[in-house]
Ligand binder design. Structure first.
Ligand code: SAH
Length: 348
């Protein structure tokens, strides 16, 4: 019999399961506190649970716990990049970034990705599988445990397209923001998408307090198509409408991500077109100098071009930041560490 994924359950589901085993409902609160409050990695650590119940749990459930395979620390800024092994041997990567306002972790939502963005290393070998809610959570639990400090912010911007793993993502959001768990405020949680329109609309209707980051990367349908195959399915105008809808439903300001690729989408005209496209939306633009990967020949815009692009947007009254390039010395771009390790071990 396949073991139950106990760490992906909320307290109510856990209670139903325990009652089905003939246990008292209050045990759910105790066990939930061990798993999500104290983030233990084994049933043995649950000291106020009887030996008999522990045995039952060991026989019927799996307590997902990722194994750290590798960690690299940036000498420039202290960013730490983790490679974790899942129980089936697949690997995912997560990144810890230290800011003045707290510790932020960037997590993966899938093993691989099927979206095919041209500049992204995570998608080169396609999608292997979705991550479970427990596997998303445990990236945070493991890092928090290792550094012995609280994680205050989470961005779902690692490998994978979170809205292509919608149900598990939603479950993850519920668990990570639960006051009996790690209790990370939804306001400190950002989900980044390449623009799957029906899912953005559905997410809007969940009325969560999370931030939606939309990977735009171009201001016209034509240019977007060159960089992102997903634009074949959802036209740029539809994507922007879905973002307006998200704001209308949640009141949460949208973040537009725009990776600047030298000579492709970084001209002064591109900036003007972008300003026009997002005009009137309560938003913020995050410019990301593209991180070149060896599998394709895109290059970074020069520093001056990035600054000019920013200035131009600001002239239109748009809020802009340039993403700090954290951890450039440690395979900083999405999917690069996992890809390198996988190539080395020849497992893909
Ligand atoms: N699938 C989601 C989240 C993962 S990618 C999405 O598309 O938003 C997180 C962000 O990093 C996206 O904006 C993505 O387009 C960008 N990105 C991926 N590879 C990059 C690279 N090599 N350089 C710069 N940005 C990159």
């Amino acid at each position: 019999m396949e073991k139950q994924d106990i760490k992906s359950w909320n307290q109510k589901e856990l209670e139903e399961f325990l009652v089905s085993l003939g246990e008292k409902p209050f045990r759910a609160r105790q066990i939930y506190a061990w798993i999500h409050g104290r983030q233990v990695s084994s049933f043995e650590e649950m000291t106020d649970i009887s030996k008999k119940l522990k045995e039952k749990l060991i026989n019927t459930c799996e307590l997902t716990s990722l194994k750290q395979v590798q960690v690299q620390t940036s000498k420039q800024d202290g960013t730490r990049k983790y490679l974790f092994a899942l129980s089936d041997g697949n690997m995912v990567e997560s990144v810890l970034m230290r800011y003045h306002h707290g510790n932020s972790v960037c997590i993966s939502s899938q093993v691989g990705c099927r979206m095919g963005c041209r500049f992204c290393a995570s998608t080169l070998d396609g999608l292997v599988r979705n991550l479970t809610p427990a596997e998303m959570l445990d990236q945070i639990y493991q890092i928090q445990k290792e550094i012995g400090e609280r994680i205050s912010h989470v961005v779902v911007m690692g490998t994978g397209e979170p809205l292509d793993n919608y149900e598990n993502l939603l479950k993850f959001i519920q668990l990570v923001s639960d006051e009996n768990g790690v209790h990370i405020s939804q306001r400190n949680l950002t989900v980044s998408t390449c623009g799957i329109v029906p899912k953005i609309r559905r997410l809007a209707e969940e009325h969560l307090q999370i931030t939606l980051a939309l990977s735009l990367h171009a201001a016209s349908q034509e240019k977007r198509l060159e960089l992102m195959p997903v634009a074949n399915k959802y036209e740029i105008g539809q994507v922007i409408d879905a973002c307006r809808y998200y704001f209308a439903q949640t009141g949460r300001r949208i973040t537009f991500e725009y990776s600047l690729v030298g000579g492709v989408n970084d001209s002064s005209q591109d900036a003007a077109q972008l300003a026009e496209l997002i005009q009137g939306i309560n938003c913020h633009v995050n410019l990301i100098p593209v991180n070149p990967i060896k599998e394709c020949d895109y290059v970074q815009s020069t520093r001056q071009v990035v600054l000019d692009f920013k200035k131009k947007l600001e002239k239109y009254g748009i809020n802009v930041t340039i993403r700090r390039e954290m951890g450039r010395d440690i395979d900083g771009a999405c999917g690069q560490l996992r890809k390198k390790a996988a190539d080395a071990f020849n497992i893909l």
